[in-house]
Design a protein around this ligand. Structure first.
Ligand code: BEZ
Length: 203
């Protein structure tokens, strides 16, 4: 298997952490630096027409994307699913919490693009505030519903860990820990996992 990734992307980190948590060693890492307005022609043609990372080329030669689909695929291999309940309402509530944490990543990445890449005079404050409010509401949900997502590691926790790590990496000014002590406490343990330590984001 070959994982197309960037060490800064929380979505790629989610897949990399999942691979490590599942103990899969049979993966080659292919650094794929994506930037708005600069699609990598080969990658777009041969792997993902959207030009987004991560993507995973599997042993049949096919390429899977996006991150959630890749993680579901990895968890289904060898019939040994451990990161998602196999079926029933538990599967879909876990996927929904995963989607909530994934939404935090999307909003923080959007803020990053708007504030770092776009010239200051063309930035749209209302839209940035809207993204910040989405992040805040999602963090508040996790903060106040710990009984619904803590427990054995699953895909929702992995995605949440990657979201909090990305907040530390790209949005330390949001100071998420000050208003979310439950999350801060949980993350202080979660981020010690070898899978998280191996994948700490960097530029
Ligand atoms: C980043 O540099 O923050 C980034 C890179 C790739 C995907 C998402 C975010």
């Amino acid at each position: 298997m070959k994982l197309f990734y960037s060490p800064a992307s929380p979505f790629a980190r989610k897949v990399h952490v999942t691979l490590l948590e599942l103990g899969r060693q049979d993966v080659e890492l292919a650094l794929t630096p994506v930037l708005p307005g600069k699609p990598i022609e080969d990658y777009v043609k041969s792997q993902n027409p959207l030009g987004k990372i991560p993507a995973l080329q599997i042993d049949t030669g096919e390429t899977l994307y996006d991150s959630t689909i890749i993680c579901e695929y990895l968890d289904s291999l060898d019939g040994s699913a451990t990161l998602l309940p196999a079926n029933g309402v538990e599967r879909f509530t876990t996927l929904t919490r995963q989607a909530l944490a994934h939404g935090i990543c999307e909003s923080v990445v959007a803020i990053r693009y708007e504030t770092f890449l776009r010239p200051e005079e063309r930035q749209w404050d209302v839209w940035i505030d809207d993204q910040r409010n989405k992040v805040e509401r999602a963090l508040n949900w996790f903060e106040t519903h710990q009984d619904q997502w803590q427990g054995d590691i699953d895909l929702a926790q992995i995605t949440l860990g990657c979201a909090l790590g990305y907040l530390d990496f790209r949005a330390p000014d949001l100071d998420w820990r000050s208003k979310h002590p439950v999350l801060a406490h949980w993350f202080s343990t979660f981020e010690q996992r070898p899978s998280m330590q191996t994948t700490v984001p960097h530029a």
